[in-house]
Design a protein around this ligand. Structure first.
Ligand code: PRX
Length: 633
């Protein structure tokens, strides 16, 4: 069993040990897993190249640790509870034994289709149990999953399939999300038609039974391909540093990059962090409401909980369907003990029904979590009072796709929970704040750029197919540090408060969106010359998307043009990236070197037109008045 910290003394002791002797600290935790061969070296540390390796020489299969090793003691325990989109539809449950059998069948089916170790498999799936089964099936045979959130458009899906040269796509026929029905397979067909030549097969799970177009040359039904297979499948023995998965995420520039996680380190860290952050005890029911298309779904719906032998829940629907009480109803129904969601959902539910949670029995809750974006004070208190009832502590967990697991968080009942503070690093994590010159800010009561100065097992190893991009994005800004892209404060007692991104990434409803990506999409509209996108504070979404658009000609029908731009963004990225506000402008503020001065645009979007700062370096300072006059605030 992995280390589970129980009190503040143990936290301090473990933290101290993890800094003094990181290799010893992690070796002890890693030794609680099943390895086919023990590692030769715990960590190889080079933040320059970068070249990071954990448990090198070690051999393992993560699914053995997620499934097989629990069979003897927990074979009949529920591994996954699935809750449907419709409240009156029955839940489905899979025991560890059943899950292992399903994973093995799917793994055998993939093998029969020629999938081998190292092949990339793209997922475009709703939140159904089969997504978990198929991801684990990939891991069982050493194939690399690349899950794409099923809200992305065909273009965005095609970009990701091509970048990773995926051999197969796994999808469903349709998907029900709240009141909507989404034609998932159609989107996959459309993506493949955009030149995804690497795709040999499309495996389709019949989820809703709606009729789909069928291409017998490449399409396969899950029930015909998987269900007939043997439920025994020998796991592929992987090197600790073999790739486990790719997950695309947005950055400041260019197209999304494929963050690469590897088998050994990711396994060790996700279980360790899961057990400590949620203080999971045998028999508890744990529910994370994320979608498996994001890192939270990978680490804390699937891998972390299953490694810990937990009962983890998957929810197909959306928070407000059929009403704002759905989350609380599900918590009551399944006697959920740990509940983990995003501030945007908390704010939306708070707005939809301040007293709604009071109607439900939430006495089973022991820990409630928040992830993905800063949680504002009002939402924090509402969550604490109405959901946690002052009894279940809030864990405001800070981490990223790149970090693989939670790095900074309160420990429930162990470190105190201060509103809006992610608080303290987990043992094994060494955060620092730097000034813009890269000087470490020592002591407390300081604010700076959040970096990590020592590797942790689940950190990204590269960006798929482009190691240089990994180096420049995360390791080149400050020598010998991993740069997170976030700004943070450290209070008088050493707690961290995350302020938000300091780069051109915005966080909309907890979804990470690169402003450059949205601009690229807007610029695809034939009437657009150029555009600039910034974030602005949004009551529910945390940040909204504000686009300044310069058109070729005078915009005579702004409403029509606005709709067209939204359609273009939906086509190129997906509805999550649609601007909330579009301001048509005659000019964008530019420096003499031709760069758009975003600082000014951000201030105007935030409604702070009186505090624009120095505009004397602008090439076209006269545009500022026009921008202010037309501001949509
Ligand atoms: O800005 C931080 C914010 O989300 C970013 C990472 O986004 P993503 O890779 O999509 O992963 C989200 C789920 C882990 C971070 O750079 N963020 C994440 N958690 C918090 C947060 N901001 C404030 N508080 C948090 N707890």
């Amino acid at each position: 069993m992995t280390l589970q910290i129980k009190n503040i003394e143990q936290y301090h002791e473990a933290y101290h040990r993890s800094v003094e002797n990181p290799e010893g600290f992690w070796a002890e935790i890693a030794s609680t897993f099943v390895w086919d061969r023990k590692w030769d070296k715990v960590v190889h540390h080079d933040f320059i190249t970068p070249d990071i390796r954990w448990f090198e020489g070690g051999k393992l299969n993560i699914t053995v640790n997620c499934l097989d090793r629990h069979i003897e003691t927990k074979g009949d325990q529920i591994a996954i509870i699935w809750e449907a989109n419709e409240a009156n539809e029955p839940s489905k449950k899979l025991t560890y034994k059943q899950l292992l059998a399903e994973v093995n069948k799917c793994a055998n089916a993939l093998k029969a289709q020629g999938v081998k170790k190292g092949d990339r498999i793209c997922f475009y799936m709703p939140m159904i149990q089969e997504v978990a089964i198929a991801m684990l099936a990939c891991a069982r045979i050493g194939a690399i999953h690349s899950v794409v959130f099923a809200g992305f458009s065909a273009n965005a899906l095609a970009d990701r399939i091509k970048d990773a040269e995926c051999k197969m796509v796994i999808c469903s026929d349709y998907n029900r999300r709240g009141p909507k029905s989404i034609a998932v397979k159609d989107v996959v067909d459309e993506a493949i038609a955009l030149g995804c030549d690497s795709v040999e097969k499309v495996l389709v799970y019949k989820s809703t039974g709606d009729k789909v177009k069928w291409n017998a040359a490449i399409d396969l039904w899950w029930h015909e391909t998987v269900d007939t297979m043997s439920d025994q499948c020998e796991p592929e023995i992987m090197d600790a540093e073999d790739m486990l998965f790719i997950l695309y995420t947005s950055g400041s520039t260019g197209k999304p990059k494929g963050v690469v996680h590897t088998c050994g380190g990711y396994m060790v860290y996700t279980e360790y962090s899961f057990k400590n952050v949620f203080q999971y005890q045998d028999g508890d029911v744990y529910w994370c409401t994320a979608d498996v298309g994001w890192i939270t779904g990978h680490s804390y719906i699937l891998y972390g909980p299953l490694l810990a032998g937990a009962t983890t829940m998957m929810f197909e629907g959306v928070p407000g369907h059929p009403d704002a009480g759905r989350f609380w109803h599900v918590c009551e129904k399944h006697r959920v003990n740990q509940f983990y969601t995003a501030p945007t959902a908390i704010r939306a539910l708070m707005a939809a029904g301040w007293h709604e949670p009071e109607k439900y029995d939430l006495s089973s809750l022991k820990v409630i979590g928040s992830v993905g974006e800063p949680i504002n004070e009002e939402a924090w208190h509402w969550y604490d009072e109405k959901v946690g009832r002052g009894r279940a502590p809030i864990v405001d967990t800070w981490w990223q796709t790149e970090t693989g697991g939670i790095l900074i968080t309160p420990l429930p009942g162990i470190t105190d929970a201060k509103p809006c503070f992610a608080s303290y690093p987990l043992p094994g994590v060494q955060p620092v704040l730097l000034d813009p010159n890269g000087i470490e800010l020592v002591g407390n009561n300081v604010e700076g750029l959040l970096c990590i100065k020592y590797p942790w097992p689940s950190m990204l190893r590269t960006t798929y197919g482009d190691h240089e991009r990994c180096r420049t994005t995360y390791f080149a800004a400050f020598k010998n540090y991993y740069f997170t892209g976030d700004g943070a404060k450290r209070d008088e007692e050493g707690r961290y408060r995350i302020i938000g991104r300091v780069d051109d990434v915005i966080n909309v409803s907890g979804h990470r969106i690169g402003t450059a990506e949205v601009e690229d999409a807007i610029n695809q509209h034939s009437g657009v010359v150029e555009s600039a996108v910034v974030g602005y504070p949004h009551d529910i979404k945390g940040q909204g998307i504000y686009a300044y658009v310069k058109a070729h000609h005078e915009v005579v029908d702004p409403e029509h043009m606005r709709k067209e731009i939204l359609a273009v963004v939906t086509k190129h990225i997906g509805p999550i990236a649609k601007p909330d506000k579009i301001q048509f402008v005659l000019q964008l503020p530019k420096t003499r070197s031709g760069k758009i001065m975003r600082r000014i645009l951000r201030k105007i979007a935030e409604g702070e037109t009186g505090q624009l700062g120095d505009i004397s370096t602008l090439l076209n300072p006269e545009c500022v008045e026009e921008l202010k006059t037309g501001a949509l605030v």
